[in-house]
Design a protein around this ligand. Sequence first.
Ligand code: PHE
Length: 324
Amino acid sequence: MIGQLKNKSLADLKLVNSLDSLEEWRVNYLGRKGELTKILRSIGSLPDDQRKKIGSESNLLRVLLEDQYKKIKPKLESNLSVYSSVDITLPGRKDHIGRLHPITSIIREISSAFADMGFNIVEGTESEIEHYNFDLLNIPFDHPARDQWDTIWLDRPNRKDNLLRTHTSPMQARIMENTEPPIRVITPGKCYRYEATDSTHEWHFHQIEGLVVGENISFSDLKGTLYEFAKRIFGSDRKVRFRCDFFPFVEPGVDMSIDWKGDWIEILGAGMVHPKVFQGVGYDPDKYKGFAFGMGPERIAMLRYNIEDIRQFFSNDLRFLSQF
Ligand code: PHE
């Protein structure tokens, strides 16, 4: 008899799915007029030979059912609080899944192309001192080349880093000061220039600087490395052009352009490290040779994805950003 009641009560409990139905279940079995309560009350009037057995079985069942009740109740209560804080009658909404910013992805892609070619990756500081941003790069205070970069100056009287770097080239000097050749490194990072913005110019943008120094580095290493980079990023049939260009910290200097629907778009400056830069960081220019380059990932992303206005990258319009 008790065995049957046990099976029935536990089977009923499985159907309980709300606080109300749990209460109904409790009243049915454990309530004042509940099925188990009735048995417990009748024990006294049972014949001696049954009293002991039924008495102990029904008491065990009571403990079991009370236990189950105590376990299930808090579970149903906590479900209830989830449901009451979320309006489950509202129509479903799609989750927004985040992703990398297109400039972050292109920087990572370019970095891993260079990492495959044996380059290390180093990041630098965005605030710089004139010594690294200009002086060590053969751009002395009165040199007209300083006009090429309109600098954003920081008003911090007690600190030496009083400008936002105008390019990642200061990292060339910082790395050489702290390392012995051979060096093969790229340094991606953010740069700032005080200038009016238009569809191809932003006041803040990224660069990826590259530096290779060793005893037998030649201009053909520069070209070979940059051809390989272009092949990996733009595909092997894309045309690439080198032209002479001037940067005070390289000699000779070049720029590299990529074919863009019949036009040439410049994506980087490069050249052989100037002997004065080597001298400035304490390297012997007769012993070491090297090349450096600096490229603009925004430009590269524009070419890659057919984007006509650089300002879109940082205007934070999700309709634009979620296309990548
Ligand atoms: N720093 C230069 C620029 O901002 C690019 C460059 C880097 C050129 C390294 C030559 C070598 O325009």
